[in-house]
Design a binder for this molecule. Sequence first.
Ligand code: CP3
Length: 642
Amino acid sequence: MERKGFDGATVVSFESRLADAMTESIRRRGGQPLSAPSLREIPLSENAEAFSFAEKLFAGRIDLLICMTGVGTRILLEALATRYDKQQVLEAFSRLTVVARGPKPIRVLKENNIPITITVPEPNTWLEIIHELDHNSRSLALEGKTVAVQEYGVSNEKLIQALKQRGANVLQVPVYRWALPQDTAPLLQAIREITDGKVQMALFTNAAQVDHLLRFASGEGLEPSLREALKRMVITSIGPMTSEALHEHGLSVDFEPSHSKMGILVNEAADHAAELIREKKEGPARRYVNTKATQVSAVGRQDSPFLKACRREPTSVTPVWIMRQAGRYLKEYRQIRDRVSFLELCKSKELAAEVAIAAAERLKVDAAILFSDILLIVEPMGLTLEYGSENGPEISGQVAAAADVDRLPEIEPAESLKFVFDAVQLTRQCLNTKIPLLGFSGAPFTLAAYIIEGGASKSFVNTKRFMYSDPGAWNALLQKISRGLVKYLNGQIEAGADAVQLFDTWVGCLGPEEYEQYVLPHTRSVIQGIKPGVPVIHFGTGTAGFLRQMREAGGDVIGVDPRVELDQAWAAIGTDVGIQGNLDPVVLFAPREVIRAKVKRILEQAASRPGHIFNLGQGILPNTPEENAVAMVEYVHALSQR
Ligand code: CP3
């Protein structure tokens, strides 16, 4: 095989100890090496703060130790072992109140048989630490206590402030394994070349390099421009620990070698350099979609928490997903939308699969949803659909009278909406086999309202006038839509959807009597037409006044909005049916402790009863902070463990 090599590209390496060897290998494979050593190893025996902590500890003057990171806890123990008897150190630790911030320090403490007094729940921020200290049943008054905080890299000012406010004497215990090199000129020079756009690829060979690079750049006032420039470069990482450090700093990894060895990293990065650099130029790499994937079996999924909850079977944790989870609030979605229009995105099976899977993986939710839109069905009805105006989607083609309804063609999705079925199939093939995939459509009423109004509406005057003045034409329109929807949803199921959701987003503009008369029979006919055995989620907003009727229309799970209390809604629809919801999407703009408290409240209302699927009560809003959506999912999982 011909070896392609870097072909003249500039490749930066942050390696220190083996800097010369790296430079040489990059050159040998045809690259322009740029060597930027970023670390100097500090002997463990030079950790002065750790030793002064130990002296206080042995003298019984420390009450509590907060272990912030796994790496730091390990360095602390190793540093102390260079001077003291290890047994003596471990015994002193065992007498302490030890707080472990998350899974990594927990692992290190357990390995050393150090008892943990308090484990901090996810997402392991300073807020959860303080919350645990304030509310732990062991009732730890901090007033007058000496609290040691193990630090690695950065100190957490907010935590320290909060501890001091509670009257604690705080002893910060920073530990070190790495420092900046004595000579930082090459590092500064490399950062300048990177921000000037002269470097095509970066090689990270150690996790601490990432931290040092960004901290050093920040000290020079260059961090924002460095981050921007790194996004346009190919980032390679020697292995999982280094990749994790990159991810923690918000950087994405484009390439990892088959084995975590420097020589292999250089050689394999050189082999793939041409395509990696090209993909980077063209936009975000397709990380999730592999068009050769073939798996379709549903065996591993039937026992997933999501599908079990659809069947109202008990689950070990409450499943959660987010309506409109693939959307503008996600950075990765915006990057793709910078290149293609929304309709192009819906009509490309590769891109649709990419964004659906990226969203599910980013959020770590229990279900993925097909990427599409409820309105695409209007095109095969001979109407024109446009997105992008300030008023939301616009539909043109008059539907105002009985004659217009007669003119609308029957929807034959097998041809006109084949791209949706292709997207379902590819998404299913590339998605983690354990994660169920939802198909969806609009419900007959919401689609009819969109068609008649030509877009969004506040009062639905046209829709209601049509409904009241010509019930015959109204029924004909909804029947026509419903026949199309049955074929459309069964087509998605045939293509690989594990469950389907009907969105009746606008139905709340009606009262109970109108719902029963003008909507219920049509929605029921759609749900009855769906392939038996496939769970149906029937969602609507503004439905508090007619939940019973909505349930009568059908669905294994009823989706409710935030304007009802979940327990009351469940009582109204009856407990022999599942429920989905119902966090207000605006809560995701609130501080974390508020999000956590609201999640907890909904879980308490559901009372671990089988059949609850956690979700927002309406689609997620476009400018929602991404991290809050991720945190919400974590809270649901952490707080619902059974
Ligand atoms: O991730 C997912 O949930 C899958 C995709 C999905 C979209 N729309 C993608 C989309 C789903 C399930 C929908 C349903 C949908 N579409 C509803 C019902 C959901 C609800 O919130 O009750 C409605 C009312 C629509 C109609 C619609 N489509 C509107 C009003 C808009 C524009 C306003 C907005 O929210 O952005 C769209 C466009 C649309 N559909 C976008 C996405 C990701 C945004 C397009 C973009 O700007 O990139």
